[in-house]
Structures are given as structure tokens and as C-alpha cells.
Design a protein around this ligand. Structure first.
Ligand code: 4AD
Length: 465
């Protein structure tokens, strides 16, 4: 009988069987009047479909196949065969001998992006340029302006499937640890992470803004007695700087939990969550990683079974020994973070680690000072390949301390009184963290720009498409 099958699942076990596939016509090439080759792509996979004239395949059909416009949607019915020589340029090592071919929907003839060109690796582009092959380099703006087409490349298909897995593992792991999924409001009255970088708006005559993070509300839910919570939701930052790692809207993976004895309980969750995640991606998402690797070659992430924890002081010392001077009570800039990442990799053979006990002065007002030295704080950042993916901390759960910390940070406490008052009704010690989803995917795959891991990125210069 006929079976519909995904192109990526076509293999020699199906030899001589009749299959039906749906995909896009990637390339079509006629050989004389009696033969044509059609490469059909679906998701991350491609297969070669062969038309040879016989009682079912007419010369008109061969002509029809070669005249299809690229990226048109096609249904192909045919018999799976295993060629004697390996096939170049497709992911599947079997062919389909076409019996029937239907074009379901035609693409316009002149596409703004040629998917084959857009899917090439840097190495393949250089190779092609050397041999003088005609090929168009597709720059990032062109890609993003034509994102619907750009997203059709196998690497992009894989990136967003991988992203879905990251999100699912986040949920599944936390659910298995008794965390409750929540949704906090995104239309709120004031800043949650400090005054700059907020999108202001008019809320029926009242000044309002888009939430810079679920921070204050996830803590209020802890005050409401939820114990352990997580949220997956949009985060809005009116970033001024145009960088490879900042978006104006990103997906935040947030966690907040009661602390029983020590705030390292929060670090333990980070540790187990991410080791579980990386193991899963490496074991269960091999095909996706291969598809990304074909266009953007990268080395697998190095991480330890138990995540390395360094104090900020130790990090500053390592930098100093390597000749990099940084302010021991300031924040690390991007370059110092990268440098420290390289030093950590050399010394500890890991590209994933936690840096904790940050100077209090560089952390948000809600961060708990260290009990033994208030110049430091019970806070941490987490890095992949020398770039930040997480920041987190124990929070101040004493209303009066919170008020004075907010005032010291120049925050008008009257704008956050509901939040501050939540800590007057009995509030557990608690802590948590926030993860940037796009950054995790970008850095796990060694990609160079966060726009590659956002479907329709929002940056200081882009609001469409
Ligand atoms: O470091 P951030 O600003 O921390 C918070 O929002 C805290 N409320 C978290 C907490 O629970 N204490 O943001 C957390 C993470 C960063 O580590 C980074 O991965 C990501 O969110 N992030 C961004 N991702 C893309 N574009 C931006 N503009 C980002 N800003 C932060």
C-alpha cells in the first residue's frame, strides 16, 4: 500500500516499497527529454527523485518536472531504490523512482533568496568562489528581510526544533522537581530591572511598560506560598546597543524557589537542569545537530558532570594572573568574560560554569548581600563558551532591607510598594534565576549571532517582519 513518509526517514529498509512524500522542489535538472532529477526537501532532509520515461512517466511529465519553479510544494509518489554509487548533495542515501508527481502550490519564479545558496557553509562558499561558480552571498539583513524563506534552510529548521527541545527539557525537569508553571503579567506599571531599557506605553491613560522580566511577580508568587515556580515567557528590553547577543524581545526561562538552608540549593537546580539538558541534546538530537553543523560547523560543548563553581574573587584572580586587570568590585565586561571563559577552559576543561558571589554594587536592588561580607552578594551568573546565559541570586526577603536597597539604587519605592509589602506577610528565604532561551541555543551550537536563534528577531533596528 501507499504510505506517506517524512523525507528524513527514507532509508534502504524501504527499498522497492512505494512511498508518498510532500516537500518543496529544491532543484530540477533535465537530462535530454527522457530523464529528469528533482531534489525534494522537507525540514532538514533532501532526497533525489528520478523521472525516467516509461508507460507511467511521459515526456510531458519529465518536461513538467524540469519546469517547476524552485520552492514549489510537491507531492511525489514513487519507488525507493538504492543507487550503486553514493549520492552527492542530498541527505538521504536512497532515491525515489517517480511514478506520480503533483505540484500542490507554485512558488513565484524569482525568489529573493535562493535557498541552496543561503544554506551553504562559509567553507562551501569559499570553495564555490574559488571555482568561479555563480553564487549569491546572502547577508544577514537580506535573510531577516525574507525570513520566511531564510527559515527554510536545513540549519534553521534544526535550530528551532532544538530550541523547542531546550524549552521542553526546562519544563519537564522543573515539573519533575515539583515546580509550578506560572504566567505573570507583561503589561506592568514600572521597571523590574532598573529604569533604563523599558518600553513605555499608555495603559488607558496610565503610564505603563512592558515587563523587563517576571522578577517582581515571580517573587510575589513565592510570597503567596507557591514554593517553587517557573515561567516561560516573553521579556522586553528597550536595548540601545546593537550587539550580537542582545534582542529587544527574547524568551525568558525563569525560576524562583524557596531556600531551605543555603542559596546553593538554587545553583544545584541550575547544575542538574543544564547537565540533563546538554545530555539530552547530545543524545537525542543528533540529526538536528548534524544539520546545524553542516552549515555552521561547531565543536560539541565541553561540560562537567558536576558544574564548576568559581567565586567572582577567584575569577578576578585568574584574570589578574593572566595579565588582565579588572575592578574587583566592578562588573566584568564582555571581553573579560570571554577571557575568563578561555582561562577556565584551559584549567578546568569546561565551557560551562557558574561564577558566584558577585560584588553587591553591580547587582540589582533585590539581591541578597552576603551574610559574612555585605560588599559581596549571594548571586551568580552562568556562562557558556565565555558568554552569559543566566543571572540569578538569593533575594532580599525582608521588607525594610528591600526598601533601603531600592532607595540606595535610586528606585522610587512608591512605584513598587505592592511588591515590597508582599514581604510583610511572612516571606520565606528564596532565590532564583533567569535564562535567555535564544542565548542558550546560540551558545550551545557555537553560533555567532542571537538573531539566528530568534524566529523573527526584534532588535533596536528591526520591527518587521
Ligand atoms: O541578566 P538578566 O537581565 O537578569 C534578570 O532578568 C533577572 N531578573 C534574573 C533573575 O532571576 N535574577 O537576564 C537574564 C538572562 C541573561 O542572562 C541573558 O541570558 C538573557 O536573560 N538576556 C537577554 N537575552 C537576549 N537579549 C537581551 N537583551 C537580554 N538581556 C538578558
Amino acid at each position: 500500500g501507499r504510505i506517506w513518509i517524512e523525507v528524513g526517514l527514507l532509508d534502504s529498509k524501504l527499498a522497492n516499497g512505494t512511498v508518498l512524500i510532500r516537500g518543496v522542489a529544491q532543484t530540477m535538472r533535465g537530462v535530454g527529454k527522457k530523464m529528469a532529477f528533482l531534489v525534494v526537501r522537507q525540514f532538514t532532509a533532501t532526497v533525489q527523485c528520478v523521472l525516467t520515461t516509461d508507460e507511467l512517466v511521459s515526456t510531458q511529465m519529465v518536461k513538467y518536472a524540469t519546469s517547476l519553479s524552485r520552492e514549489s510544494i510537491v507531492d511525489v509518489e514513487g519507488v525507493v531504490t538504492v543507487p550503486t554509487e553514493p549520492i552527492k548533495g542530498t541527505t538521504q542515501q536512497v532515491e525515489i523512482q517517480v511514478r506520480k508527481l503533483y505540484c500542490i502550490n507554485r512558488a513565484v519564479p524569482n525568489l529573493p533568496i535562493n535557498i541552496e545558496d543561503a544554506a551553504r557553509s562559509e567553507e562551501e562558499i569559499k570553495e564555490a568562489e574559488k571555482t568561479g561558480e555563480k553564487l549569491v552571498r546572502v547577508n544577514q539583513d537580506t535573510r531577516l528581510n525574507n525570513r520566511v524563506l531564510d527559515l527554510r534552510t536545513p540549519a534553521n529548521q534544526a535550530i528551532f526544533r532544538l530550541q523547542c527541545s531546550v524549552e521542553n527539557i526546562f519544563r519537564d525537569f522543573l515539573r519533575s522537581e515539583d515546580f509550578v508553571g506560572i504566567h505573570t503579567p507583561k503589561l506592568i506599571a514600572g521597571a523590574s530591572e532598573g529604569g533604563a531599557s523599558v518600553f513605555k506605553l499608555d495603559y488607558k491613560g496610565q503610564p505603563a511598560c512592558l515587563a523587563q522580566s517576571p522578577q517582581l511577580y515571580k517573587q510575589m508568587v513565592i510570597c503567596a506560598g507557591f514554593g517553587r515556580v517557573f515561567e516561560v515567557g516573553p521579556v522586553f528590553r528597550a536595548e540601545d546597543s546593537y550587539t550580537h547577543r542582545h534582542l529587544c524581545e527574547f524568551v525568558g526561562l525563569d525560576v524562583e524557589m524557596e531556600i531551605k538552608e543555603h542559596y546553593f540549593e538554587v545553583l544545584d537546580i541550575v547544575d542538574r537542569l543544564f547537565v540533563t539538558m546538554f545530555d539530552y541534546l547530545n543524545d537525542k538530537c543528533k540529526k538536528l545537530l548534524d544539520a546545524i553543523n553542516r552549515q555552521f560547523p561547531f565543536k560539541p560543548l565541553k561540560y562537567l558532570r558536576k558544574t564548576l563553581r568559581l567565586t567572582f574573587e577567584e575569577g578576578v584572580k585568574m584574570l589578574k594572573e593572566a595579565g588582565v586587570e579588572v575592578d574587583p568590585f566592578g562588573d566584568l565586561n564582555t571581553e573579560a568574560e570571554r577571557q575568563l571563559g578561555r582561562l577556565v577552559l584551559e584549567k578546568y576543561e569546561t565551557e560551562f560554569y557558574i561564577l558566584h558571589r558577585y560584588p553587591l554594587a553591580v547587582r540589582p536592588f533585590y539581591t541578597m548581600p552576603c551574610p559574612d561580607n555585605p560588599l559581596y552578594s549571594n548571586s551568580f551568573d552562568v556562562f557558556i563558551r565565555g558568554e552569559e546565559i543566566i543571572s540569578g541570586a538569593q533575594r532580599v526577603n525582608i521588607a525594610d532591607l528591600l526598601t533601603s536597597r531600592a532607595e540606595a539604587c535610586g528606585i522610587d519605592v512608591s512605584t513598587i510598594s505592592a511588591y515590597v509589602n508582599s514581604f510583610r506577610y511572612g516571606a520565606c528565604p528564596h532565590g532564583g534565576f533567569g535564562v535567555g532561551l535564544e542565548r542558550v541555543v546560540m551558545l550551545f551550537c557555537g553560533l555567532s549571532n542571537i538573531r539566528q536563534t530568534s524566529l523573527f528577531p526584534r532588535d533596536p533596528q528591526r520591527l518587521v517582519p
